[in-house]
Write a protein that binds this ligand. Sequence first.
Ligand code: G3I
Ligand code: 9MR
Length: 565
Amino acid sequence: MKRLLLPLALAAAGVAAADPGIAVNQVGWLPGAAKWITAPPGEATAYRVVKAGTDVVVLRGQLGPARVWEPSGEPVRLADLSALRTPGDYEVVIDGLPRSPRVRIAADAYAALTAAALKAFYFNRASTPLLPEHAGPWARAAGHPDDRVLVHTSAASAERPEGTVIAAPQGWYDAGDYNKYVVNSGITVYTLLAAWEHFPEVFRAQRLNIPESGNDLPDVLDEVMWNLSWMLAMQDPADGGVYHKLTNKGFDGVVMPADARGERYVVQKSTAAALDFAAAMAHASRVFAPFEAQRPGLSARLLQAARRAWDWAQAHPREVYRQPPDIHTGDYGDEQLDDEFAWAGVELWISTGEARYRPDLERLAINAPGWSDVKGLAWVTLGQHRRHLSQNDNAVVHARLMNFAQENTAHWQASAWRIGARAGDYGWGSNAALLNRALMLIQAYRVSPRPEVLAAAQGLLDHVLGRHPLGQSMVTGFGSRTPMHPHHRPSEADDVAAPVPGFLVGGPNPGQQDAQGCPVPYASKRPALSYLDHFCSYASNEVAINWNAPLVYVAAALQALTPKK
Ligand code: G3I
Ligand code: 9MR
């Protein structure tokens, strides 16, 4: 994205209007989906749905009463288009308002979205050129070979004193920056592999057009292997401990990867990194077990790496990451480690059957996961394996998931937007918080398929696809209005007008931690409106691997689970 001249830049920065008119999911719905739309208050009380670009009416109905939605502080009226199930392109018409963006109903509504959200990981690969035949206009030279990485003072050990050179190539850049963080990689890899494990039919025939396409593994597994290979190199072979991150001392400038040439370091081993690593590896060892013929020994190697990291964490239970004074990149610091112990314990217990890893399930709460709170992932795995658990454990898993679903479905039902966002979801990375909430609802649905639970999950996906008070889809390249200026260095530094596609941006964040450095103001201070489609906005418009992973998961899940007729 070339820098624009200032007045143009302000217009192009697209400070989102707080009045979206009729708001819809701009990507589409499967035929059997719950299909809610919203409209601002006004004279007309009726709506009609027409075939796109015509006046041919296919559905008529009445809008609900205007009600204020807490996160935006604005009144809104609801309509339910669920009765419309015939595939096609439509628009919603309400007298006195502009027509809605196009509404698409299709049996494969999320196939392209799932593929693009996964391909985004390829676009964020470190240590490799992206060739035109795979990357199209976003082709670029290789950056960050990471074949000569220095052991930082904070990570020095007897076998690897400060300044020792190690190699830890590959992996994905974390986000809009070019560093690689183990904590954030753990949840990301897990979520992607869970999507494959739970909904293989969505991925099996997928051709992402990545360099490995057509080899002996499904593309999703090839893509995840790119990061697993890097993660394995982050484990110290001497003691099984795991470096917290591989990083520059400070963030790179706004340059293409090939032009970023700062020294790279592995920094401090941490308990959180060891446990997230152990959990992700133990899970991956199960996922790769059926591929023994294609990758002999891989599954066993992953499990062995997991065990060693776990043992290190037992011996170092409170190595909280403390950012060294000369390191200024993301910290992913976390003081609360009970959830990491529980998640890693569950993964190792399920993979090995050894009771010594089993956490106390009775005392483990449930919530939507995030990088710093991963206990929800333990419940995802327990739900998947509930049939092999004891009757008592199975009952606990069932009760937890049903509780989560009941509470969240009630909240969804009561919401003026039919969107079950909670106040705490609006922080840094809110779009992913919503999708992780949907991911947990989907676990409940897989155990007990009640339509309202899937509908509540759909509402959360709708929100990031444009059924939102800002009327903008939050995924680059998807929707009628999409983010054009994500805080993503390659998208900003290249010569292509459109950002790299398939990335979920962070989303509304009332913290507005970047506001001082932004040349244009946020649309509003309200939680759901605190968003700025400008490169300056790393707190609301960055991309990140742990945010794209639940987009892949939820899009694949709704593609697989929603009735297609
Ligand atoms: O934990 C507190 C919570 O108790 C409190 O109620 C809440 C109120 O705002 O804040 C919570 O802390 C937040 C923390 O994330 C935990 O989620 C902080 O305010 C918030 O500033 C912090 O943001 C993190 C951000 O880095 C800054 O450290 C994001 O979660 C995290 O996703 C983001 O990650 C960055 C990497 O550091 C670098 N790479 C890009 C990536 C994405 O922006
Ligand atoms: O660009 C950085 C982004 O990738 C990180 O997520 C973010 C987290 O702290 O920080 C961004 O860098 C900003 C720095 O923190 C403060 N000065 C402005 C930088 C962005 O231009």
